[in-house]
Design a protein around this ligand. Structure first.
Ligand code: ATP
Ligand code: MG
Length: 274
């Protein structure tokens, strides 16, 4: 049965689109037919990160308005034939998405796809609520800082009250925490919340920790989701998170500072000098 996953956060700029792109690639690489939908009307970041921006002719809003059919709007990924992207519209008004329209598109996608990944816009208003409404499971992307954790907590409230499942009393959405842009160095300096702090506040199952990594910007500049860069720490962390989502037991990585041993040598030398 098709699973609809919403990638959401509340706070903006925490890594939802980065996560949606890598998650969709990760699921498709495992052989699941996957569609990833950009709900961020007006911004259109997903197709840039997926490297298909020049191939966009029709978009999500065109389909909802009946100006194009789904087959015309879906873009097949260059590298993986199991993966399709439904881009957002850049120019139209944000009210172009309707609950019924979104429902119709998702029902159509359900016929052929195993997973549908919905990349939510920032905030907790209408756009974000439309992205989550039909979801079976939610990936709550959170950065290790107070404002992000607080907004994720508000999002958890909405997930348990404002979704179709909640309205129909049809079982709860499964919630997963993905802690992104984690910098062990800044955590140890006390500049960021630790994994334990965030876990304690949000208290939902942890899907993974994605380190702060220059590989993410490099990947989005080249239009290839970071999970494809299997040499990179962030790419590996996303692959681990996909594996955990699929029920595999994978130990957490990248929670320690990379250069711990170097740091120890330097602090030893500093002590010697003093
Ligand atoms: N693990 C990471 N390490 C370094 N930079 C990251 C990481 N994850 C995301 N970023 C950067 O953070 C910025 C925001 O990422 P992204 O666009 O995925 O966030 P978003 O939650 O989708 O934003 P919005 O709320 O505007 O839709 C981008 O510049 C991205 O490159
Ligand atoms: Mg985004």
């Amino acid at each position: 049965m098709t699973k609809i996953i919403v990638v959401t956060s509340g706070k903006g700029g925490v890594g939802k689109t980065t996560t949606s792109a890598s998650f969709a690639v990760g699921l498709a690489n495992r052989g699941f037919k996957t569609a990833v939908i950009d709900f961020d009307i007006g911004l259109r970041n997903l197709d840039l990160i997926m490297g298909c921006e020049r191939r966009v002719v029709y978009d999500f809003v065109n389909v909802i308005r009946g100006e194009a059919n789904l087959n015309q709007a879906l873009i097949r990924d260059k590298h993986n034939k199991e993966l399709y992207i439904l881009p957002a519209s850049q120019t139209r008004d944000k009210d172009a998405l309707t609950l019924e329209g979104v429902g119709t598109v998702l029902d159509e996608l359900r016929k052929t796809f195993d997973y549908i990944v919905c990349d939510s816009p920032a905030g907790i208003e209408r756009g974000a609520q439309l992205a989550m409404y039909y979801a079976d499971s939610a990936i709550v992307v959170t950065n290790p800082e107070v404002s992000s954790v607080r907004d994720s907590d508000r999002m958890l409230g909405l997930l348990s009250s404002k979704t179709k499942r909640a309205e129909e009393g049809n079982g709860k959405i499964t919630e997963h925490l993905l802690l992104t842009r984690y910098s062990p160095k800044r955590v140890s300096k006390g500049e960021m919340l630790s994994l334990e702090d965030v876990n304690e506040i949000l208290a939902i199952p942890l899907l993974g920790v994605i380190p702060e990594s220059p590989a993410v910007l490099k990947a989005s500049n080249s239009g290839v989701p970071v999970i494809v860069d299997s040499e990179s720490d962030a790419g590996q962390a996303y692959a681990d998170a996909v594996a955990r989502y699929l029920g595999e037991e994978v130990p957490l990585r990248f929670l320690e500072e990379k250069s711990n041993w170097l740091k120890r040598i330097f602090s030893f030398k500093e002590k010697e000098v003093v």
